[in-house]
Each structure stands twice: as structure tokens, then as C-alpha cells.
Design a protein around this ligand. Structure first.
Ligand code: ZN
Length: 249
């Protein structure tokens, strides 16, 4: 699809035109679904119904791209239940495939990867991707972590616990879903309304399972996601500190 549309810059990614070319009509719906969008068949045409409750342009574009993924990847037959836009950890393969399709369609690797090869790492890079590619900060930060060669992870937390974590290929430690937020983490402060919007050093043990971190620190840049009362933390292990955490390699 990217080739067909001659996509060479973010502004060439016109999701409505791509849906139309794939035979799907976008229908705005006043109904509030449990999902934010879904794919429906109407005879030989497909429709992507987008809920009016989607608050932001980024979320709307991602929802449409996700449903387009189901259509283009031929998932319809298998979609017995409503699409739930599951995020990692959800375990539904088709949902993960549709999310991967949406991420590549809206933030093509060929256009984004170069921006991800940076150091130091902070959320400003993701904010730039979100702005230029018109996606949410969360979607942009996930894409950054997917493509960067730096040791990074994105942790999404709500209600005092980690809900899911996306790790870069070089980030060895596992951070389990369900982990309680450590009081030393910035995410913990942000969920309590104490926002300090910059990358900060935190004890490695506040995020990683280790009995003694020997004073090693990692970098955390946390931002609130006010629409859902959540927080996203971008974690980074700088090269010079990685040696102290070799136990994870
Ligand atoms: Zn889905």
C-alpha cells in the first residue's frame, strides 16, 4: 500500500484514501462501541465504523489503519468477536498483526528508522514522530522502541501497576505486566499528579528485578496519558551503564 501510494513523506499517508482504495468506506458512528472501531461487511463492500467517542486525530487514524489491517490481511472470517484493539500482552495474534500493520502503514520504517538512531533517548523523539505522522504519543513511542538500536523499553501503567511493556531488541531485562510501580519510579509520581517532564535517573532496581543494583541508575522519561488516567514511561539503559547490568544479557 505504501508503494502504491508513492509514500515518501508523512503527508502522503492519507488513511482515508488508502481505505477507499482497499474497498472500505469509513462510516462515522454516533454509537459507542466497546471497541473504538470495527470492520463490517456490507455485501461486497467493507465498512470501517469509527466511533464518535474517539477523542484525538491520532487515535482515529490508528483505529482506521488497524481495521484496514484486518481487511487487507484477510482476518474478517476469523473476527468472531468485536475487535478489541488489544495491546501487547493481550495475546490475540490477529490483534497484534493488525496493530503491526497499522504501525507500519502510519509510521513506515523507511521514514522513521533514521529518527530512532539517537542518543540520548527521551520522549521528545517520540513527540516529533507523533506530530509529523499524526499519531498518538503512545503509538509513536512504541514505534520508536521497536526501531531503535538503543536499550529501551516503553512501560504503560495504570492504577498503580504496569499493564504492558514493549522492549527494543537490545533491552534484555524482562519487566512483567502486573508489576507494581515502584515509589522511586517517575511513573509513580506522574500518576499522583507530580509531572516533571524530563528524562531523569532512577535506581535500576525501581524497574528491574534485582536484589542489589549496586547504585546503577537507568533513565526514565514519563508522561501522563490524561484521557485514560495512565502513564507511559520510556526507559533507557545508556551504553556506559549497560556493563553494570550485564547479568541480564
Ligand atoms: Zn482488531
Amino acid at each position: 500500500m505504501l508503494r502504491d501510494f508513492g509514500v515518501e513523506a508523512p503527508e502522503h499517508i492519507v488513511i482515508e484514501a488508502m481505505a477507499d482504495a482497499a474497498g472500505a468506506e469509513i462510516v462515522e458512528s454516533a454509537d459507542r462501541f466497546s471497541a473504538t472501531a470495527r470492520l463490517v461487511r456490507v455485501n461486497d463492500r467493507a465498512a470501517i465504523r469509527v466511533s464518535a467517542s474517539i477523542a484525538t486525530e491520532g487515535a482515529r487514524r490508528f483505529s482506521i489503519a488497524h481495521e484496514l489491517g484486518h481487511l487487507v490481511l484477510g482476518h474478517e472470517e476469523s473476527l468472531a468477536s468485536l475487535c478489541t484493539l488489544a495491546l501487547p500482552g493481550g495475546g490475540a495474534d490477529l490483534e497484534n498483526e493488525a496493530n503491526a500493520f497499522a504501525a507500519e502503514l502510519l509510521m513506515p520504517e523507511a521514514l522513521v528508522r533514521r529518527r530512532c538512531e539517537v542518543s540520548p533517548v527521551d520522549l521528545e523523539i517520540a513527540r516529533g514522530i507523533a506530530r509529523d505522522f499524526r499519531v498518538s504519543l503512545l503509538a509513536a513511542a512504541r514505534r520508536f522502541v521497536e526501531l531503535t538500536s538503543e536499550r529501551c523499553a516503553l512501560a504503560y501503567a495504570r492504577g498503580g501497576a504496569v499493564r504492558w511493556v514493549a522492549r527494543s531488541a537490545t533491552f534484555a531485562p524482562d519487566i512483567a505486566a502486573g508489576r507494581r510501580l515502584d515509589p522511586d519510579s517517575i511513573a509513580h509520581d506522574v500518576l499522583r499528579g507530580k509531572v516533571d517532564d524530563r528524562p531523569q535517573d532512577v535506581p535500576a532496581s525501581s524497574w528491574l528485578d534485582m536484589s542489589d543494583d549496586g547504585g546503577t541508575e537507568i533513565v526514565e522519561h514519563a508522561a501522563p496519558i490524561p484521557e485514560v488516567g495512565a502513564v507511559a514511561s520510556l526507559l533507557w539503559i545508556p551504553e556506559r551503564r549497560a556493563a553494570a547490568l550485564r547479568c541480564f544479557d
